[in-house]
Ligand binder design. Structure first.
Ligand code: OGA
Ligand code: NI
Length: 324
C-alpha cells in the first residue's frame, strides 16, 4: 500500500509523455503573473505570491533587489565559458555525478542543451573542481550572485510561509535552513533550424523546493496551464520563480509544481541560469502537519529527499526521458 502511494505521489508530478505530445498547441497569451517586490504593503505581497503559486506555480518577480549589473556579469561569465574551445570546457566536464559541464549535443530531439551544473551552497558541499577557472571572474561573480539569490529565495519562502499563516521560517526550516542546497545550472541552447521539433529542455517539474531562473533575452520558457503551453514574456532583469515538487508536497498540493519546458530558437542562442533550491538530501519531506488535518489528510508520503530523487529519476527512465 505504502509503495503504491509513493508511486502515485511521484508519478503525479512527472511529465507524462502524452501530455507532452498533446499539449503542443502554442499561442496562449503569456499571462504568467508578474509580482513587484518593491510594494510596501506586505499583506498584498503575501497574497500575490501565494495566489501565483496556487494557480500557476510559476511567476516573475521584478524590483527584487539583485543588482542589474551583477545579473549582467553572471550572464557575461557564463557566455564566456561556453565560448571557450571544447578542450578548455572539458576541464570541468562531468565525471559520473550530475555536477560539471555536459558537452555538445549527441543525438535525439529532446534536451538539445549543453549545460554547466554545480553546487553553490552550503560551502561544505561545494566542489570547486566543477567551477570554471576561465573566465577568471567566474568564481567571484558566482559567489556574489549566490549571496543575493539566497537572500531573495529566503524572502520569497518567507512570504509564502506567512501567506499560508505559518511562521516566516517554516519553509526554509523544512528544507534544512542554512544546510539546504543551492545548485546552479547554466543551460546553453544553440539555435536550431527545427525549433518546432527540437525541445531545449523536455517538459518536467523541478524536483526541489523552488527555482529562481534568470533567462537571457531570447524567449523559450513555456509553462503548461489549462492544457496549453504558454510562453513567458521576457522582462528585462526579472527573475522567474518556479515552484518545485517539494513545495507542492509540503503544502499538500496547494501550490502547483508547474510543468514547464524550454524551446529552442531558430536563429538565436538561448541561455538560462536557474538556481535550484532543494532540501538537504537526508531530510524527510512531506505535507506539513500545520497544513493538514482531518478535513485535509496528507495526500503525499513523507520521504527522505534523496529517496524521492532516486524514484523520480527511475520514473524518467521509464518514460524514456533523459536523466539529468
Ligand atoms: C531547468 C529548466 C528552463 C529554461 O533547467 O530545469 O526548466 O528556460 N530550464 O532553460
Ligand atoms: Ni526546470
Amino acid at each position: 500500500m505504502e509503495d503504491e502511494r509513493d508511486h502515485d505521489t511521484i508519478s503525479s508530478s512527472l511529465p507524462s509523455l502524452s501530455k507532452q505530445l498533446t499539449g503542443t498547441t502554442l499561442g496562449g497569451s503569456a499571462d504568467v503573473p508578474v509580482v513587484d517586490l518593491s510594494v510596501s504593503d506586505e499583506d498584498f505581497l503575501l497574497h500575490e505570491v501565494v495566489k501565483a503559486s496556487e494557480e500557476w506555480g510559476i511567476f516573475q518577480v521584478v524590483n527584487h533587489g539583485i543588482p542589474e549589473e551583477l545579473m549582467r556579469q553572471l550572464q557575461v561569465v557564463g557566455k564566456q565559458f561556453f565560448d571557450l574551445p571544447e578542450a578548455e570546457k572539458e576541464i570541468v566536464a562531468k565525471d559520473g555525478d550530475f555536477e560539471g559541464y555536459k558537452r555538445k549535443y549527441l543525438g535525439g530531439i529532446n534536451n538539445w542543451d549543453q549545460h554547466l551544473f554545480h553546487r553553490l551552497s552550503p560551502p561544505s558541499i561545494i566542489n570547486y573542481k566543477y567551477w570554471p577557472k576561465n573566465p577568471l571572474q567566474y568564481r567571484e561573480v558566482t559567489e556574489e550572485y549566490t549571496k543575493h539569490i539566497k537572500r531573495l529565495t529566503e524572502k520569497i519562502l518567507g512570504w509564502l510561509s506567512k501567506g499560508l499563516g505559518l511562521p516566516r521560517e517554516a519553509f526554509t526550516q523544512s528544507i534544512g535552513g542554512e544546510t539546504s542546497e543551492y545548485v546552479l545550472r547554466v543551460n546553453f541552447y544553440p539555435p536550431t533550424q527545427d525549433s518546432e521539433l527540437v525541445i531545449g529542455a523536455a517538459a518536467h517539474s523541478d524536483m526541489g523546493a523552488i527555482a529562481l531562473l534568470l533567462p537571457n533575452e531570447v524567449p523559450g520558457l513555456q509553462a503548461f496551464k489549462d492544457e496549453q503551453w504558454l510562453d513567458l514574456n521576457y522582462i528585462n532583469s526579472a527573475v522567474v520563480v518556479i515552484i518545485g515538487d517539494q513545495l507542492m508536497r509540503m503544502t499538500n498540493g496547494r501550490f502547483k509544481n508547474v510543468l514547464h519546458r524550454a524551446k529552442t530558437d531558430k536563429k538565436k542562442l538561448r541561455i538560462s541560469w536557474p538556481v535550484f533550491v532543494a532540501p538537504r538530501a537526508d531530510m524527510s519531506v512531506g505535507p506539513l502537519p500545520e497544513l493538514t488535518g482531518d478535513e485535509n489528510p496528507p495526500k503525499f508520503e513523507t520521504l527522505i529527499y534523496n529517496d524521492y530523487i532516486d524514484q523520480k529519476i527511475k520514473g524518467w527512465a521509464l518514460e524514456d526521458l533523459p536523466v539529468y
